[in-house]
Design a protein around this ligand. Structure first.
Ligand SMILES: [Fe+2]
Ligand SMILES: [Fe+2]
Length: 282
């Protein structure tokens, strides 16, 4: 019999192995982008040097997901960048949403292959156009492509992950730009109040995106994970105002649930490339 590798032995301790990805912002000039991409018009575009770095990190994460043999993927929104109407469509490889859907599909295909997935919608600014949620189309395209099921939940999903408990997956969107840990603690407290008032079941874990910032807050009966992203600093006014605070964390996480219902968070974080804000000679 083949000798078990160390990773195999570790892997077998966990009954659920779940990859979580958020805020890819595909088609932003500052976000992860596929190796080769042909627009709907037939024009080929490829990644910039900074985007190649992000793509390398994303591929590394996908390799880790394969190594851990994750069985499920959670997607926490802002997967495409949308049309950036405030800046009149600048800073994008293509404003055509068909192109954004195709590029996202190319990037997600290796991550979702053979794995079920659960999706929540991202910020309306990035993913909504009149009458449709663009990410939902990508989710349904994966259902059309094969037998594994992919589940679109809209803004919120309460996922029962046995034997851990309920994970609340939403994109998030708190305005607490600076002291974000306070907003996390506040949400945990109100979750407990809602449970005590019998308005909600007990939420054991929260997973949110939106802030492009990694934080893991663990209390005895609840875990809260703020997701990193795959987009570098974007040079827009709202981020420039808090430039130092808005340096992103690049990467994603794998959640490992053992037979006793304990969660271990494996984070994969990478150094953020500076695409819009690289140091230049005087
Ligand atoms: Fe985002
Ligand atoms: Fe967002």
């Amino acid at each position: 019999m083949k000798k078990k590798t160390k990773l195999q032995a570790m892997r077998n301790r966990y009954v659920k192995r779940i990859a979580v990805v958020s805020d890819m912002h595909v088609m932003s000039d500052y976000a992860v982008f596929p190796d080769e991409f042909v627009k709907d018009s037939g024009v080929s575009i490829g990644p910039s040097d900074g985007q190649k770095i992000l793509l390398g990190f994303y591929k590394d994460f996908c390799r880790r997901v394969d190594e851990w043999e994750c069985n499920t993927v959670l997607l926490a929104g802002d997967l495409i960048h949308g049309q950036n109407p405030k800046d009149r469509g600048t800073g994008l490889g293509s404003t055509d949403l068909k192109d954004q859907v195709t590029a996202l599909g190319l990037l997600l295909a290796p991550l979702l292959k053979g794995r079920t997935s659960h999706w929540v919608s991202g910020s309306g600014y990035h993913n909504s156009v009149q009458g449709m949620k663009v990410e939902a189309l990508v989710c349904s395209s994966f259902n059309d492509a094969g037998p594994v099921r992919h589940h679109w939940h809209g803004p919120i999903a309460n996922l029962l992950v046995e034997p851990y408990g309920i994970i609340n997956l939403t994109h998030g969107g708190s305005g607490a730009f600076i002291y974000r840990e306070t907003a996390m603690a506040r949400e945990i407290m109100f979750g407990k109040v809602a449970y005590a008032s019998e308005k909600l079941p007990k939420i054991r874990g929260y997973i949110h995106g939106h802030w492009h910032w990694y934080c893991y807050l663990s209390q005895p009966d609840v875990d809260f994970i703020q997701m990193p992203c795959f987009v570098a600093y974007e040079p827009i006014t709202i981020f420039t105002k808090y430039y130092t605070r808005f340096q992103p964390d690049i990467g994603a996480v794998i959640l490992l649930i053992d037979g006793d219902g304990k969660m271990r968070v494996e984070r994969f974080l990478y150094p953020a490339p500076h695409i819009a804000d690289k140091v230049v000679n005087l």
